[in-house]
Design a protein. Structure first.
Length: 442
């Protein structure tokens, strides 16, 4: 259908990049949007009652390939992404082998060209082998298009190494994203440190471990004028630190996950390892602070930290189970259910956090809008009023570790388009439609 002309008729077009939020017909001609307004050409696809928005962009996913194909592959992970309304994802570097040089980045891009259902923008490692000691081949990875570097899950403990990484990345105006965990405070930690950890007899992960690392990195970024990204914000004080840093014009962006603005450490009382995640689920006051951070723009993006694990690894006793949750197929619906319907965010603000602002924060051309004549047709259409129940077995991921199984959510994706091609139509993913590996957008 990539060469055809068709029109989504009567959709509610929500486009934060242009400020549009109104009903319109959207004509798609080939890989581009031809017009937005009253005109209609080609096949008419009724879209009354649906929201048409720029395709979603996830800054933080784990596709596991190469090396972790029992949990996820580029194909299965991006199929889950498309099903969730995403047209671009940024897979992290903790693959096997580690994406710490251009060769692995090129391998991921090749896999994306062959089978991905959305654009793939790989994140390169900060240090060799994620060991935190010697800088990885940042220049070579930047030369093949990498815009962000992270040892995600392995915090750069050394301030000297982190400062060198920020300074080096500044050469290309690239971003460094550091997992915010001071590990001298979290050795053996199993969950958030507090009343629940005492009650359950589990070693606590203190909030200061996150906050002290964020404070250090903000100071380093300020001194260098470098770009810093703070992943998976989970505490109220971290939100406050980022808010103050932005007021001080430090070049920082931040993300929050659906589970950190929805779930609390009360979930751990079941000892179900599906709720084991790093950073851990926090208190209700932290959840409220993260929501406020999204509402006032302190936190730029909603990112899933989609972390698949096969059942034989995840479904073990709490202490032995790895951290991580699925998120790609539920993020939009959790955002609508937990933030839009209660009035924390408007729908336009939610779309901005899921699409426009994450695309802008990674300098992605062609994603995040605007929805206008001549721009790439990277789009999602969803029904914000459709209610559905999450079931792990229906996931398009190879793994099943969703914390939202059994929950009723509002908002379901109907269609996802990547440069005018349907990757999801009528709620069902289609065959791989990607051609470029790392999207050129323009």
């Amino acid at each position: 259908m990539s060469d055809s002309v068709f029109t989504f008729t009567g959709a509610r077009v929500v486009d934060p990049a242009s400020g549009r939020d109104q009903a319109a017909n959207v004509v798609v001609d080939g890989d581009r949007i031809a017009s937005v307004g009253r005109a209609s050409r080609g096949l008419a696809i009724p879209a009354e009652g649906l929201v048409l928005a720029p395709g979603l962009v996830d800054l933080h996913v784990h596709l596991r390939e190469p090396g972790g194909e029992d949990a996820e592959t580029v194909e299965s992970g991006t199929t889950a992404a498309a099903a969730g309304g995403y047209t671009a994802v940024c897979p992290m570097a903790n693959t096997q082998p580690v994406a710490d040089h251009a060769g692995v980045i090129e391998q991921v891009l090749r896999l994306a060209r062959e089978a991905a259902m959305c654009d793939v923008f790989p994140v390169g490692a900060v240090t060799r082998g994620l060991a935190g000691e010697e800088l990885a081949e940042l220049g070579a990875m930047a030369a093949v298009g990498v815009r962000c570097f992270s040892d995600d899950g392995h915090p750069v403990q050394s301030a000297r190494v982190m400062r060198r990484a920020l300074a080096y990345a500044r050469t290309w105006d690239a971003i460094v994203c550091n997992h915010a965990e001071e590990r001298t405070l979290t050795g053996g930690a199993q969950m958030h440190e507090g009343a629940q950890s005492d009650l359950l007899g589990l070693t606590g992960w203190p909030r200061e471990a996150e906050e002290s690392m964020v404070a250090r990195d903000l100071i380093l970024a300020r001194g260098l004028g470098a770009r810093l990204h703070v992943p998976h914000v989970s505490t109220a004080e971290t939100v406050a630190l980022i808010r103050a840093a932005k007021a001080d014009r430090i070049r920082v962006t931040a993300e929050a996950t659906p589970h950190h603005f929805t779930l609390t450490d009360d979930e751990v009382s079941t000892y179900d390892p599906v709720y084991k995640v790093n950073p851990p689920l926090r208190l209700k006051t932290d959840v409220e602070a993260v929501r406020e951070g999204l509402a006032d723009g302190t936190i730029d993006a909603i990112a899933t930290d989609h972390a698949p694990h096969p059942p034989e690894e995840k479904e073990r006793e709490w202490a032995a189970a790895p951290c991580g949750m699925l998120g790609l197929e539920t993020a939009l619906a959790v955002t609508i259910t937990e933030l839009v319907r209660p009035g924390v965010l408007t729908l336009s603000e939610a779309v901005a956090a899921l699409s426009t602002k994450p695309a802008r924060s990674r300098d992605m051309v062609g994603h995040g809008g605007p929805i206008a004549a001549g721009t790439p047709a990277n789009l999602v259409l969803f029904d914000p009023e459709q209610r559905w129940t999450v079931t792990a077995r229906s996931s398009h991921s190879r793994s099943r570790n969703t914390p939202f199984a059994g929950r009723q959510l509002w908002g379901r994706v109907r269609h996802t388009l990547l440069r005018g091609r349907f990757t999801v139509r009528d709620g069902e993913p289609l065959r791989p439609a990607h051609e470029d590996g790392m999207g050129d957008g323009a």
